[in-house]
Structure formats: C-alpha cells, structure tokens
Design a protein around this ligand. Structure first.
Ligand code: BGC
Ligand code: CA
Length: 297
C-alpha cells in the first residue's frame, strides 16, 4: 500500500471527492476557496470553476455538467459556459447556514446537508443544520433537522441501508432506506468514535464488501470500519491531520482519493504541515469501490 500526494496544489478546505468514471476525472471542492475542481489523473490537467459562495459538494449530472450544493442553494454548473443556474434554496430562515457534504443515491436523487456558522473548525452553531434531498423532478424535501455538521453519506449495494455522519455525534448512523420513495427511517448508531483518540468523523465511502471508509478530521487518517459489528478494521495515515473525505476512483475503482484541509491554521502551522489542503491517493489498498452516482434530474 502506498500513500502519495495526488494533486500538489493545496487548497483551504478540500472536500467531497467524487470519481466520474465517464470522463475519468476526479471532481472535488474547495469549500472556503469557493472552487469546484475537476482533475484528470492521466493528463494531470485540472479545471477550476469559481463559485460565488462556499461550495460544499459537487456531483455530475447524467445529462452533462454538474449540480452543486453551495451556500444555501442547489444549482446546476455548466462546465462549458462556467455559469451557475439556481435550482432551489433551503434554510431561508438561516442565511448564515451553508451546505456541506452530499452524494447521490442509486435512483439519481442528490442528498446534501447543511450546517451553521463555524468560526473555528468544528466549533459550529449547534443543531441548526438539516439533511435535504433534491429529487429528480427538482423538488426538495427535508429528511430531518437538528444537525450539527452534516457529513458522510453512503448506501449498501442493495440500497436497503443509508449510512450518515453528523460529525459532532461522533458516530455513523444507519437508516432503513426505501429506494423507491427516498425515505430514510429507523435511525440507529452502528459505529461510535472517541473524538480524543480517533478524531472527528467526516466524509466516507463504502467498498464492494460493504465496509465503510471514514475520513477522520484532526487525526490524519481514514478508518476502515465494519458497520455490521461496529469495529475498526484498518487505519490509513496521511501527512495532513485534517483529512476530510474519501472516494474510490481510477479505472479499476481501486485507488482511494482523500481530501484534506488547512482551514484555521496559522502561517506557522501551515509551514509545519505543508501538505494540509492537498488531495492524496492510496494505491494497493486491496479494496474497491463502486462508480460514483450522478444526479438524474
Ligand atoms: C466541514 C468543516 C468541518 C469538518 C469537521 C467538514 O465536512 O466542511 O467545516 O470543520 O467537516 O468535521
Ligand atoms: Ca465532509
């Protein structure tokens, strides 16, 4: 197994890696840099799209371009014209909220959650976020509220379970999931973490064996966990303490891409941890993922 820097251009708060198998590119965001990046690991070419607010997530659209969850809006991004078209606004009563992590389900719905103002990393206005679903017809529904920091999402291969991370609960929660309606129910904790030892659970992905890979913020690691037994299986370490999210990618879906953050570091801390804010790659893991899912609306 080998960990190396994939994209050696550190951003502020890199997040939401998504492998687009149709174009062979990695999409990810710099939330505070207000960018969507699209990087080709073969040519090393990177396209950067400016977003006029903090962008929490990007996923490709089946019909071309992408959909972003940015500020408190869902919006379509046209890769050619670089224009954004607003689709829907959430959290109207809370303009200081912003979208954070998101992902599509197998029916092509786009799920993304919000969080409150965060003056210092993880010190967030409590319980003012929600998890939203942008349906394929453009309708938005709220799945639940009282969220601190809406983060990782993943589904089992049979789509019967949705996994979810609200970071400050220090857990992975599972819901029974109805793919035909997109309604999650029967919430329970399947994995808990000790924040002082393990760090803060952030983004995650699932492998073809149904094991979860959870990026742990503050401890520079991705933990492989078994949601059926609640146990930690493996830890992959990174030369940046604030690891934020992960996905499988590459032509065989066996490379793991991991994003990281330097948000909140002083100039001295940045000097001490210069790779913070880079995107890393892990090869030789012996695990594979499934293709990233697109928004189908
Ligand atoms: C958020 C950050 C937050 C971090 C900690 C990330 O997904 O974007 O703002 O500090 O999670 O859990
Ligand atoms: Ca995240």
């Amino acid at each position: 197994m080998a960990v190396s820097v994939a994209v050696d251009e550190p951003g502020i708060l890199m997040e939401g890696p998504h492998w687009d198998d149709r174009s062979g590119t990695l999409l990810y965001v710099d939330i505070h840099g207000q960018h969507v990046h699209r990087w080709d690991p073969v040519t090393k070419h990177k396209d950067t799209y400016d977003i006029d607010c903090m962008v929490g997530t990007v996923v490709p659209r089946e019909s071309g371009g992408a959909v972003v969850a940015a500020g408190t809006k869902f919006a379509f991004l046209d890769f050619e014209t670089r224009q954004l078209t607003d689709v829907a606004t959430v959290d109207q009563h809370k303009p200081t909220n912003r979208f954070n992590d998101g992902k599509c389900d197998a029916a092509g719905r786009f799920w993304a959650g919000t969080m409150g103002a965060e003056p210092v990393p993880t010190k967030v206005e409590r319980k003012v976020g929600s998890l939203y679903c942008l349906h394929t017809d453009g309708n938005v529904t709220k799945a639940f509220n009282e969220v601190d920091i809406s983060n990782g999402l993943a589904w089992t291969s049979d789509n019967s379970i949705m996994y979810y991370i609200d970071s400050l609960l220090y857990s992975v929660d599972a819901f029974d999931f109805d793919l035909s309606t997109g309604i999650p129910s029967n919430r329970r904790q399947v994995m808990t973490f000790d924040p002082t030892v393990d760090g803060v659970p952030d983004g995650m992905c699932i492998d073809t064996d149904g094991k979860l890979w959870v990026a742990m913020f503050n401890t520079g690691q991705v933990l492989q966990v078994d949601p059926n037994t609640g146990t930690q299986l493996r830890s992959i370490k990174f030369p940046a303490p604030r690891t934020t999210s992960c996905c499988f990618g590459g032509p065989n879906l066996d490379v793991m891409y991991v994003t990281s953050s330097r948000k909140g570091y002083s100039a001295e801390e940045v000097q001490q941890k210069p790779l913070s804010g880079c995107v890393f790659q892990v090869t030789g893991l012996g695990a594979r993922g499934t293709p990233g899912l697109c928004y189908n609306g």
